[in-house]
Design a protein around this ligand. Sequence first.
Ligand code: SAM
Length: 326
Amino acid sequence: MLDKSNRQINYLRLSITDNCNLRCQYCLPESSNNFSKISNLLSTEDIEKIVKAFSLIGIKKIRITGGEPLIRKDFPEILKKINRIEGIEKIAITTNGFNLLENLEEFKQNGLDRINISLDSLNKEKYNEITRGGDFDKVFKTIEVAAQKNFDRVRLNVVIMKGINDDEILDFVNLTKNLNIGVRFIELMPIGEGKRFNSMKNSEILSFIKNHYDLEKAANKITDGPAAYYRVPGFLGKIGFISPLSNRFCDKCNRIRVTSNGFLKLCLHYNEGIDLKTYLKNNISIEELAQLIKEAIYNRKPEEHKMDSKDIIENIETKGMNEIGG
Ligand code: SAM
């Protein structure tokens, strides 16, 4: 569907939990344990109903995220249910990859098309430090195996922070030499714990890489969304840049979010949206839900998030990235 600014909305990011089995330093405080009660999360049935409603208004791609989506015991059931919904063409997941290796094949059989794994360091100790406990070897093995399994796409999400992992940029590029994956540099956003770190602009990362490698532009598919992709000639994989801060893509924004508590979020940076959970509790029909969502999306604003203005200070999102799902 189109919103009133003529933006085609076809992509839903659905957070199914705010809880996580890691505590990445820029995402969650070390001591966090104040997560939603199960009863406040969307149930398996709520999720099915929401996705059915979204499919009625033309959403074709669903990304399941969190928190860590794979800590939900009913994840396999959620996947199967979404896979059966007519109109949903692609199912993707964003995960830390911790509980994935043993389930890769099953998830593939049950409709998982695309996998994004977050990995901010290729150095075991540093990875363990950033994630406060992550097992690098296991996650890296998962990436290698997934890259050979003929998924539609396997990608790494990398957030570069100055003084933390900016010395690893070329190592990440080198990873694409023999692995058919997309390494995507995502600019750190000043949301929640992210405010404690110094982001690095993607334009800086790109010029640094260009000092060492010739890069060619890789074809962008429409479904690539806001990422700009490049390739080192001869390398199997690609590198991509998602630059929400230095190169806002609001005018092309094709996405909509539902948080783990069922809040329909119309823009990543603002609180604006509607609480779908209340309607679900009142047994709203799928058709009515679709109509409600359609109207909210049609009227969504703003057309641009102004990170440096008074506006952002007054209306900025206060939820953590773990609730929103990235
Ligand atoms: N647990 C999953 C994972 O690790 O990918 C999914 C949830 S996590 C919140 C989704 C993505 O958000 C991750 O790729 C993470 O790097 C990113 N993220 C978290 N906080 C961020 C921030 N402040 N700015 C940019 N990206 C952030």
